[in-house]
Design a protein around this ligand. Structure first.
Ligand code: PLP
Length: 386
């Protein structure tokens, strides 16, 4: 029986045309028309200048450097995220401070941010920057966060790696901070196999990031360098994939949302299983369909469920392990309560590929239902039509 994976690439159709064009014209490096076009098309979609990079992690690294993060600085970051959100803080010799989540959104809790900023301000030791992550396709509550960061004059970088296509009060994720960052990793809502994008309203910063991403070679014939650079530029071949993928982004959002709501409806009679909250302020893409498990009500723990699914040929994963629980970040300060830890202990991510067929989703649903001793379903309802 075919194994059902968590989140796999899903091509739209025109990607190959752009890739073939790259081969036909021999633009097989990190310059070429697909890169220029992909950046322009992304800019049109998001409304801000953009630079195409080799990964979301590279974009975070360059973004933090643009914000002036360096040795001795502190950067605030939500603890509930993937390690790539904060590893670049360390690349730059700075230290992350981890803040807890809000259980209504699973994202950075503005109250904890406020308390942390007040405490740091009283010691005259404000962080250099704040990373806000939009987890699993849902925006953090940006209004209070931006108000606080404005009051203390601290720049925000949005890690929208998981949230391309999401909105907050009708505005796209990634356009609220001084810098926004996206990922086109193979598991994301659209992919270039691997890649990322940095956006900012500040064109000079975007140009600087492009310069750094190409080894920071000064103008002129000689290989002269005045600044440290990186090999972080996206290739023209992969940008061709990105162009095709961008055309189907809205469809992919609908498909992922439909999957999440089908699971929700199929589990409606299961006690102790609830879909990740869907905040009223925006569009949650449900990049991954995440559920919380209450063992006392369901009669199965999250880990028992993951094991049962695995035996049924279904890949599922725990929600991200908070950064303050990582050996790598053992010495770092953390602020807040136990929300992120609780979400990590009880949260499960189910197969969410936009290409997931109704039959395969029914297999996942019935594997969950069988694992908790509930009658299997014959078919699934469609709350969100695609
Ligand atoms: C929240 C978050 N930030 C950053 C990244 C890093 O992106 P990339 O894999 O493109 O480097 C990812 C995913 O991989 C992510 O989920």
């Amino acid at each position: 029986m075919k194994r059902i994976l968590l989140s796999v690439p899903h091509m739209g159709g025109s990607e190959e045309t752009h890739v073939r064009q790259a081969f036909a014209t021999n633009w097989l490096s990190t310059v070429g028309p697909n890169i220029t076009a992909f950046e322009r098309e992304f800019e049109n979609r998001i409304g801000l200048p953009a630079v195409a990079l080799s990964s979301g992690t590279a974009a975070i690294h360059l973004g933090l450097r643009l914000l002036g993060v360096g040795p001795g600085d502190e950067v605030f970051c939500p603890t509930l995220t993937f390690a790539a959100s904060c590893n670049p803080v360390r690349y730059l010799g700075a230290e992350p401070v981890f803040l807890d989540s809000d259980c209504a959104t699973w994202n950075l809790d503005p109250n904890i941010l406020e308390e942390a900023l007040r405490e740091r301000a009283s010691r005259n030791q404000l962080p250099r920057a704040i990373i806000v992550v939009h987890l699993y396709g849902q925006c953090a509550d940006m209004e209070p966060i931006l108000a606080l960061c404005g009051r203390y004059e601290i720049p925000v970088m949005e890690d929208a790696a998981e949230a391309l296509g999401a909105t907050y009060h009708d505005r796209p994720a990634g356009t609220f901070g001084r810098i926004g960052v996206f990922s086109f990793n193979g598991n994301k809502i659209i992919t270039t196999t691997g890649g990322g994008m940095l956006v900012s309203e500040n064109q000079v910063w975007v140009d600087k990031a492009r310069f750094w991403s190409q080894q920071a070679r000064d103008p002129g014939l000689a290989y002269e360098h005045s600044e440290i650079g990186y090999n972080y530029r996206m290739s023209n071949v992969l940008a061709g994939i990105g162009r095709g993928q961008l055309e189907v982004l809205d469809l992919r959002v609908q498909q992922r949302r439909a999957i999440a709501y089908r699971y929700r409806d199929a589990f409606a009679d299961l006690p102790g299983v609830s879909l990740m909250p869907q905040a009223a302020y925006g569009l949650h893409t449900n990049w991954l369909s995440c559920f919380l498990i209450e063992e006392a009500k369901l009669g199965r723990s999250r880990d028992q469920l993951i094991r049962a699914l695995d035996e049924a040929g279904v890949e599922s994963r725990p929600v991200w392990k908070p950064m303050h629980l990582q050996p790598l970040y053992a010495g770092c300060e953390r602020r807040g309560g136990d929300v992120a830890e609780d979400l990590f202990r009880r949260g499960i991510c189910l197969p969410s590929s936009s290409s997931l067929s109704a039959a395969d989703q029914l297999r996942v649903v019935n594997a969950v239902r069988a694992a908790v001793g509930m009658k299997e379903l014959d078919d699934l309802k469609n709350t969100v039509t695609v």
